[in-house]
Write a protein that binds this ligand. Structure first.
Ligand code: NAD
Length: 147
């Protein structure tokens, strides 16, 4: 599904950063996009590794200064039923839920730059964004901060 989405976004005109734990698979998707006339870069990224995510977003910032779409799609089916071990449960939550939360938090400023209202009086392109509570107010208090 991630590959299909990356190709679709490129067809819509986006420059796509294709990332995957499997860097070869990401490179193959980027090559397919470029072969079809689109723009793409690929990176091997483990979404469970904050340092790798930070490097990815630093690269995007250096090259483009903004990000319009962050598609948190890396994942794997979690355990079914009530027989899962705590380890399997934690891994599924880390990969499918926690990684998306922290990737979004790490990309927040880039996404804000990508959705900033232009200086003209044009309406914002993403009404949902402008209706969002003030930036960072939805984050949990940092350690040591008062509630
Ligand atoms: N395919 C469906 O119909 C469907 C439906 C609903 C939900 N989902 C969920 O959507 C997610 C993706 O589904 P899919 O069908 O595209 O799966 P997929 O296995 O085709 O793709 C998942 C990709 O995530 C990558 N990945 C795994 N761990 C990673 C990590 N730590 N860092 C970076 N990349 C990592 C894998 O290498 C793989 O390329 C899964 O969580 C799945 O449960 C899928």
């Amino acid at each position: 599904m991630g590959r299909a989405g990356a190709i679709k976004l490129a067809e819509e005109g986006a420059t796509v950063y294709v990332t995957d734990l499997d860097g070869d698979a990401a490179a193959e998707t980027a090559a397919a996009i470029e072969a079809a006339g689109g723009r793409a870069e690929s990176r091997s990224v483990d979404v469970l590794d904050h340092d790798q995510l930070e490097r990815l977003f630093a690269d995007v910032e250096d090259a483009h200064g903004k990000l319009h779409v962050l598609w948190n799609h890396a994942g794997a089916p979690g355990p079914a039923g009530l027989e899962a071990t705590e380890q399997a449960f934690d891994f599924a939550m880390d990969l499918n839920v926690k990684s998306a939360y922290f990737a979004t938090a790490l990309a927040e400023d880039l996404l804000a730059a990508g959705t900033a209202r232009p200086r003209s009086s044009s309406p914002p392109r993403c009404p949902a964004w402008s209706a969002r509570p003030a930036a960072r107010s939805t984050r949990s208090p940092r350690a040591g901060s008062r509630p």
